[in-house]
Design a protein around this ligand. Structure first.
Ligand code: HEM
Ligand SMILES: *[C@@H]1O[C@H](CO)[C@@H](O)[C@H](O)[C@H]1NC(C)=O
Ligand SMILES: *[C@@H]1O[C@H](CO)[C@@H](O)[C@H](O)[C@H]1NC(C)=O
Length: 497
């Protein structure tokens, strides 16, 4: 009996020392961890990061230039402050990869589209022809928005009656319709079956990611391959998109042979990219899916903005005056949207505090790297910037925790300070990333979201439910999700003098 106990203790001792050696040998061991670092115990830290990501990141940001936080399957290395952000974004593509990091965080291969990480044809289109042609595409954005709002948010027949609207879901639907007006055009962008497929698909990305995140590496591939959602979305989307793609292909060929004009739209640009990459034209379906707004992008940003407007109704009047004057002068043009400096500042400030993720500039180390402060980052590590903590650091922003909607307007108008527009990235504003890989979709996003906000500002009054305060954002790991709270809307009552 006694002997057996001894063996058990000996075995436990051996296991403990093996763990200790393993843990000491972990090359990340020298980087300070937030929470317990030992094996098993680190799961407690992961639990805390899951529920209290904001506090964990803030704690690390205050204490260290470089630190690590535990997720279920790995440590993630986080850098603090604008200068480290700058260093991270300057690391060359030979040393780090954004696409590989995204793939590790959301398992794009199984959640977004199987081949898009290796062949990001949509990135080339967004960076090139989409952004170049935004002013030509903008009338479509406006037309779709003007059609979608009255349909999706009908005004009550009784004047002055308030209706409670689930902002997040409603905006998701309108953003999807408006974006797809540009991606696939009429009539498909209004087809309820197509839109349902996209909404379901967007939600499934987070769902599938959450499932795959708790799988050990080897099992992940097997489970990833049997998850039904991407396959179903691809099948449904193919039925709608393939005939259109065939037609574009035909027209491209005809134009090449000197018969007719070359089509000029998103689908055609995607096809041209597949041709450059020597891929089958079927590939465009993946390109369309990968271009579509995910839950943590446009819908989140405009929901934050609407919560802020409803919680600070005193800003409605100055915004209305600006939007109304500019629309009166220019109409709903691309340039009109660029003239709306106050609205632009309002959106930038909303995104400063309601950035879509607490971390940005996410990168995977492709080689061993040593950072300027001497921190050694082994190959394979995920490195990120503490975006939210940077955005709320009083070194960079006066009154950093407060929502000051016209702070960027004031800098731009009174001082001529450059780089303060919604689309501008910087080392202390990495919401859209920064540098070479900064979000190429942000010019499209900024015009789309500002147009939608301008429409709301002109047509509706908004307020929170009686006695409510601005809904708290929900943090899941480092993702920041606006609450699914309803906001009251009514037909606009006052006219601006
Ligand atoms: C509010 C909405 C959005 C936000 C907050 C956002 C944010 C970001 C961020 C943080 C990055 C990484 C940048 C870096 O690490 O330097 C990124 C990359 C990217 N975004 Fe966006 N994005 C948004 C919407 C969109 C949309 C609508 C599109 C497509 C039309 C898009 C296309 C891309 C692409 C293709 C990349 C990868 C760029 C590369 O690989 O170099 N994004 N985005
Ligand atoms: C104007 O610019 C200076 C330096 O460029 C800066 O210190 C100051 O805070 C700015 N003022 C405003 C209102 O942004
Ligand atoms: C800010 O964005 C505008 C619009 O794209 C661009 O013209 C300007 O050069 C940017 N400024 C900085 C400092 O990045």
């Amino acid at each position: 009996m006694e002997d057996k106990t001894q063996y058990i203790f000996a075995l436990l001792g051996l296991l403990a020392s093996l763990y200790f050696i393993y843990w000491k040998a972990d090359p990340l061991y020298n980087i300070p961890a937030i929470g317990p670092s030992a094996p098993i115990l680190s799961y407690l830290g992961a639990y805390r990061y899951y529920y209290h990501g904001r506090q964990v990141l803030r704690e690390g940001y205050r204490k260290y230039k470089v630190f690590r936080v535990p997720m279920l399957d790995r440590w993630v290395v986080v850098v603090s402050g604008a200068d480290m952000n700058e260093e991270l974004r300057k690391l060359p593509d030979t040393h780090v990869s954004l696409a590989q990091a995204v793939n590790e965080f959301i398992h794009s291969k199984y959640t977004v589209a199987p081949d898009i990480t290796d062949h990001p044809i949509h990135t080339a289109v967004i960076r090139g022809p989409l952004t170049r042609n935004l002013n030509l595409l903008f009338p479509d954005v406006v037309d779709e928005m003007k059609t979608a709002f009255p349909e999706v948010m009908p005004l009550p027949t009784h004047d002055g009656e308030w209706v409670a609207i689930s902002v997040r879901n409603t905006m998701a639907y309108i953003v999807s319709r408006v974006s797809n007006r540009v991606f696939v055009g009429l009539p498909l962008c209004r087809d309820p079956k197509f839109l349902d497929t996209l909404v379901e698909y967007a939600l499934s990305v987070s769902k599938a990611r959450d499932i795959l995140n708790v799988m050990p590496g080897r099992v992940r591939g097997i489970v990833g391959n049997v998850l039904p959602w991407v396959k179903r979305a691809t099948r449904h989307a193919s039925v709608c998109i393939q005939p259109m793609a065939q037609e574009r292909l035909q027209r491209l060929q005809n134009a090449g042979d000197g018969h007719g004009d070359k089509p000029h739209d998103y689908l055609t640009w995607l096809i041209e990219e597949t041709q450059k990459a020597k891929l089958s034209p079927d590939f465009v379906v993946q390109g369309i899916l990968a271009s579509n707004p995910l839950p943590f992008t446009q819908r989140a940003i405009i929901t934050h903005a609407l919560f802020n407007l409803a919680a600070h109704t005193q800003y409605m009047q100055p915004l209305r005056e600006e939007v109304e004057d500019i629309i009166k002068e220019h109409g709903w043009t691309y340039n009109a949207i660029n003239e709306m400096w106050k609205l632009d500042s309002f959106m930038r400030e909303s995104q400063r505090l309601g950035v879509n993720s607490g971390v940005s500039l996410i990168r995977k180390a492709l080689l061993d790297i040593t950072l300027s402060d001497g921190t050694y980052i082994p190959k394979g590590t995920l490195i990120v910037a503490a975006a939210f903590a940077t955005h709320t650091d009083k070194t960079y922003y006066e009154n950093a925790e407060a929502f000051v909607p016209f702070r960027f307007y004031d800098m731009r108008a009174e001082n001529g300070t450059l780089g303060m527009q919604f689309v501008n990235t910087s080392k202390d504003y990495p919401a859209f990333g920064h540098g070479k890989h900064a979000c190429p979709g942000r010019f499209f996003v900024a015009h789309e979201l500002k147009a939608m906000m301008a429409y709301i500002i002109l047509h509706y009054d908004v307020k929170l439910e009686d006695g409510a305060s601005r809904p708290e954002d929900v943090w899941v790991w480092h993702d920041i999700i606006p609450a699914n709270t309803k906001v009251l809307f009514r037909k606009r009552q006052s006219k601006v003098e």
